[in-house]
Design a protein around this ligand. Structure first.
Ligand SMILES: Cc1ncc(COP(=O)(O)O)c(C=O)c1O
Length: 359
């Protein structure tokens, strides 16, 4: 018969593939993984016990509606349960948001560089990406983003803090921006790193959602709560957006283990947030040490730092790997380095210092 095989959607041509952070080499010199913004702490014993108990039930489907988790979140955020939608990590929910709002002929606006899933999920939906460059200070250029809105715009991502730069937009500028967005355009405040913010001028997206029907907030259990491997995230959004998210969800996408671990983590929040405090203290130490070595480090409110290395990016990543730490290079642009355990951070700082000296 010959031929070209099943016809696939042309929108998939040239789609960028998601590059996961490189793992720490087993038995190799790179013992630490600072490439995926993961939480370096192992699961809390109480959360682990819950996961083990639920694991004995995996011959059953999970609760389709994630009712236990949704009720817990509704209480926690004082929002109606109908305004919550869960998914397979917040990246799963982000994809549902794009699918629910944008298709061929439509536009999705986001800053660039930002979270690398945005171009992928936009292209899969058939919509076009409108990438608005960050400012020279590596911050969202909200004026330019507002200026990029057309009658084709359906969704705008604002990643706050921004991955990979760690920079934030603050209350006054974000409110001014939201005032300029037409009410039929959805603004998604991606707050995957919310718990690491210490700058009081950065608004809580949930407060903005309360006042604005076209604002949705994305949160995750992967970072501060340490459940990256279990895949659970959620959105808080008004109707009809939240209802559309439930329609676009993969049925039974969030396992019962993930649901129960998320509830257990919310109940163990005090302990988990103490760990976040320690990571924030490490962030201050690492950023200060880098600045002391002579690096320019954009102010970060997330669990990572960004160094714009340009052409030296891959050499720097190789030097770090040799020193025992995997980091995340973006070739030709810069590196993102997760704040990890103290020993890993020290190895990274030594590698950074040695790299500068060799220049
Ligand atoms: C800005 C941002 N949003 C969303 C995610 C997705 O996280 P998850 O799907 O694990 O919830 C990430 C993960 O790196 C991220 O950096």
């Amino acid at each position: 018969m010959g031929g070209t095989g099943p016809r696939l959607r042309v929108e998939l041509d040239g789609i960028p593939t998601y590059k996961p952070g490189k793992p720490a080499a087993v038995g190799g010199p790179a013992a630490f993984k600072l490439s995926s913004n993961e939480n370096p702490y192992p699961p809390l014993p109480g959360v682990m016990e819950k996961v083990i108990a639920t694991a004995g039930l995996f011959h059953r489907y999970p609760d389709l509606s994630c009712a236990g988790l949704v009720d817990e979140l509704a209480d926690r955020f004082s929002v109606p349960p109908e305004h919550l939608a869960t998914g397979t990590g917040s990246v799963g929910v982000a994809q549902q948001l794009v699918q629910a709002t944008a298709g061929p002929g439509d536009e999705v606006i986001y800053a660039w560089r930002s979270f690398e899933a945005y171009p992928i999920i936009t292209q899969i939906s058939g919509a076009s990406s409108v990438k608005v460059p960050l400012t020279g200070a590596e911050v969202h250029d909200l004026d330019a983003m507002a200026g990029a809105i057309t009658d084709r715009t359906r969704l705008i991502f604002v990643c706050n803090p921004n991955n990979p730069t760690g920079t934030v937009v603050r209350r006054a500028e974000l409110e001014r921006f939201l005032d300029r967005v037409p009410e039929d355009v959805l603004v998604v405040l991606d707050e995957a790193y919310r718990e690491f913010i210490r700058d009081a001028e950065v608004p809580d997206g949930v407060d903005l959602y309360r006042e604005r029907p076209n604002v949705a907030v994305l949160r995750t259990f992967s970072k501060a709560y340490g459940l990256a491997g279990l895949r659970v995230g959620f959105a808080i959004a008004h109707d009809p957006v939240a209802a559309a998210l439930r329609k676009t969800a993969v049925p039974f996408g969030v396992s019962q283990i993930a649901q129960d671990a998320a509830v257990a983590s919310l109940r163990a929040e005090t302990q988990l947030l103490e760990r976040v405090d320690s990571l924030v203290a490490e962030r201050t130490r690492v950023a200060g040490a880098l600045a002391g070595q002579g690096w320019t480090v954009p102010e970060t409110e997330a669990n990572f730092v960004w160094l714009r290395l340009g052409e030296r990016t891959l050499d720097f990543a190789a030097a770090c790997e040799k020193a025992g730490v995997m980091i995340r290079p973006f070739a030709g642009e810069g590196v993102r380095v997760t704040i990890g355990e103290t020993e890993a951070n020290d190895l990274f700082l030594q590698a950074a210092e040695a790299f500068l000296k060799e220049l």
